[in-house]
Design a protein around this ligand. Structure first.
Ligand code: NAG
Length: 209
């Protein structure tokens, strides 16, 4: 009987101590050091404070992006406790009539609408997947798939995002297409777009060629 109780206790303790995917329980990023595939080095654990586990979008100006959208990133760069966790967060605000242009990231996303109404479209070969989202709805956006957001409500629309990476690295299609030095005639041939349109877009997004 004593042995059984002991075993139950030991198993309980083993199950309780959550063996995760890393040796350390936490690793606040040392953002002054190099960033590698496994993330940043950790700052000394004894320097970590209560507030390091918390992050707030309040008071953050956000990053203005086209078209009438504001991004509030909460990646490892802004919230260093995400380092090595394989998750991060963010928030997006779409002003009235605004949209977030076609983009992708190397992380899957959960997009949870907290204000207003959005249509989110995921682009795939041969068809697009469109969803109308209102407050309380969320969408699963698989990593690397192109997608865009539109405010389809009457006021502002806001969504909270969770990503399956500490650093999701947004890739906006218009920047990758036009903010480069590929000659416009070449870009026209390989993208099937009119060369004048390409020149206008290159001028708009600071590309050359
Ligand atoms: C939003 O998406 C829904 C569902 O696909 C569609 O019926 C509606 O027309 C869309 N609204 C706008 C403004 O595009």
């Amino acid at each position: 009987m004593k042995k059984i109780v002991m075993m139950v206790l030991v198993c309980g303790v083993v199950a309780w101590s959550c063996h995760g995917d890393s040796l350390q329980n936490f690793c606040k990023a040392d953002l002054k050091g190099p960033d590698g595939p496994a993330g940043y080095h950790c700052v000394p654990a004894e320097t970590v404070t209560d507030e390091d586990f918390k992050y707030s979008f309040n008071g953050k100006p956000g990053i203005e992006v086209l078209n009438n959208a504001v991004l509030f990133p909460a990646s490892v760069m802004e919230a260093p406790m995400f380092n090595g966790r394989g998750i991060s967060a963010g928030r997006v605000l779409l002003r009235r009539g605004g949209s977030l242009p076609v983009h992708s990231h190397g992380a899957s996303e959960v997009l949870y609408v907290t204000q207003g109404e959005m249509n989110v479209t995921i682009l795939a070969t041969r068809r697009a997947y469109v969803n109308y989202l209102k407050v309380g709805d969320f969408l699963i956006i698989p990593k690397c798939l192109l997608h865009y957001l539109e405010n389809v409500g009457r006021g502002e629309a806001v969504a909270f995002a969770a990503f399956s990476s500490a650093n999701p690295r947004f890739r906006f299609q218009h920047l990758e297409m036009y903010a480069n030095n590929v000659p416009s005639p070449t870009l026209s041939r390989v993208t099937f777009l009119d060369v004048d349109q390409i020149r206008r877009n290159k001028a708009r997004f600071n590309g050359t060629g």
